[in-house]
Design a protein around this ligand. Structure first.
Ligand code: DX5
Ligand code: ZN
Length: 226
């Protein structure tokens, strides 16, 4: 079965002074997931929010929280984010020395496990953990900031990963994160991505509902064309 197309607004580009309202707004506008970027100022050159904020926001919506950990030693923090209300937890392959252990601990906490790859990291780094994950997150910008330009070289990685998952009959969600807007969503969807993260591409638009609907339509049409 083909995995569903899911649209995941990244609250990194939301108004941090009214995060709860902004989450209500994208939930009402048809978002499937809330993408929450956690940055530690070490793995990436920026700092965002931590588990207490995730816990506070958890009460605001029933949408699943897709928590993207851009932090060093993520294995130390998995339980805390699981407990705060994450539904999907992504650890970066470059950050987790004990990647296998980190992914197992996410599943042990009853959450969906995902592994993230920076633009320059080869998909070979996840080949031996594909059976342990529900999703692979392919970064299409260098992590750390919203509003950067899409790096087209990642299309090849998305296509290779989808081909590998299909060949091994693994039902894998492939998430793409960084620089995705209405006008390039078809390229990543055609390559094989089905979970679409967009921060500035949604939150900087006036009409969230129309933006999310058009992204979904274009992604689905591109996936159907193959
Ligand atoms: C970047 C984050 C992204 C970011 C994407 O490090 O992981 O989730 O919010 O922002 P846009 O969609 O604006 O590139
Ligand atoms: Zn992200």
């Amino acid at each position: 079965m083909r995995p569903r197309t899911l649209i995941a607004p990244s609250i990194l580009s939301a108004d941090f002074g009214r995060l709860a309202d902004q989450i209500h707004a994208v939930a009402d506008a048809g978002a499937d997931l809330v993408h929450v970027d956690i940055m530690d100022g070490h793995f990436v050159p920026n700092l965002t929010i931590g588990a207490p904020v995730v816990r506070a926001l958890r009460k605001e919506t029933n949408l699943p929280f897709d928590v993207h950990l851009m932090i060093e030693e993520p294995e130390r923090w998995v339980e805390e984010y699981a407990d705060a209300g994450a539904d999907i937890i992504t650890v970066h392959a470059e950050a987790a020395v004990h990647l296998h252990r980190a992914l197992e601990s996410i599943r042990r906490a009853g959450k969906k496990a995902a592994v993230g790859l920076n633009p320059a990291t080869r998909i070979e780094h996840v080949r031996h953990v594909l059976d342990l994950v529900d999703m692979v997150l392919i970064m299409s910008v260098n992590p750390g900031f919203g509003g950067q330009s899409f790096i087209p070289q990642v299309l090849e990685k998305i296509a290779a990963l989808r081909a590998e998952a299909d060949a091994r009959r693994i039902q894998l969600d492939i998430e793409v994160d960084g620089g995705i807007k209405i006008d390039n969503v078809d390229r990543v969807a055609r390559a094989g991505a089905n979970v679409i993260v967009s921060g500035s591409g949604i939150f900087l638009e006036e009409d969230y509902r129309t933006t999310i609907a058009r992204m979904r339509e274009r992604a689905e049409a591109a996936r159907a064309r193959g």
